[in-house]
Design a protein around this ligand. Sequence first.
Ligand SMILES: [Zn+2]
Length: 426
Amino acid sequence: MKTFKLLLLLQVLFFSTSVSLAQPLKPRPDAFPPVPESKDAKAVQMATTIAEMAGWDRYPTYDTYVAMMNRWVEQYPSLCRLDTIGTSVNGRLILCMVIRGGNAGNNPEFFYSSTMHGDEVTGYAMMLHLIDTLLSGYGSNQQYTDLINSVDIYINPLSNPDGTYFLGDNTVRGSIRYNARFVDLNRNYPDPFGTEPLDEEQPENTAMIAYFTNHSFLLSANLHGGSEVMNYPWDSFSSSQRPHPDREWWIDVCKRFVDTCRMYSSNCFRDVNSEGYIAGGDWYVIPNGRQDYVNYYHNCREMTMEISSVKTLSSDKLPSYWRFLQNSLVNYIAEIIAIAPVEPVAIHDADPQTIGQNCHITLYPNPAGNRVFLSESLPMESVLYNAFGAEVLRLPARQKVIDITSLPAGLYLLRCGDYSTKLFKR
Ligand SMILES: [Zn+2]
């Protein structure tokens, strides 16, 4: 019996050794054990009122956070509402701001979620700033207006409030990675590839799973800190073992995100490699993460954005992070347009007062190759916008064919007076 056990032990040791020699693990700062206070924690300033958040250079206390979310709903009742995804172990709220404009019910659903590791608070602050920017820009900023009108945007700034406010509601100093039961929420999701989580499913994740189940998110991102790198699926495998079927698309999306950030800060996203993006498993394989769960079980393309080298970023650095991340965070939402199902297309029922005559124009073919034909000529000068809201073509009145040879593949919006329609280029 003893000999048998010894043989078994030797076998296990031999097997383990050969595996670790074949696949040396690279350091992944996100996976490091947390430190009680980051080196910057002394510079963490808290806002105890909404007014103190005006400069976006502080973290809100828990009560200020909840008050901000409610204030936006009071300020912009026709543009947003507040969802409660669930509650944490200690009863704190897991909130989600739902921002939607004119076409409610028919738009694709997008989801941002941050700080499931409670001490990685940069994303928490960025998401609050993003909510404010989108809502306050509606009607004055064309890109934000188009985005809110064509995408239902869900933003959950804080998915692990007990970890973030570990020392109490009034400070994020002393925040921890884990939830109140010291479970790592990003190792606690059902794993599509068969690994069982070490711990019982936590209430924060049970609530999040129900939220994903009750929605049809097409695109999402989960914000973390501790490094600066865009981490696309899979996390459970290296790309040589099992590449993600949308790998090329992910790389394009990551490049656009990182390139735009580097227009404002050339040194950002260089912690892991010069590209600033990586397949998660090529960095470090983890089981039971949220990213792979969401991609596999919910047909939603989710990636992990590691957005700051320091987990608990000094609050006075928040504005500079916002400066280089802002446009990328907004543009990432617009990436959903290219993967959303194409609706039937027609410009119709235009108000005669607006354009002088009834307008029933159909575009064909759609999706189109190099030329698009119009069933009737344009009654007025019209504009073709790309998915980011930038004007790409101005079309004179009476035009009946649009040459789109020079445009990259993707989704476009043709605007004719007050009316618009989508055009997809193959
Ligand atoms: Zn993390």
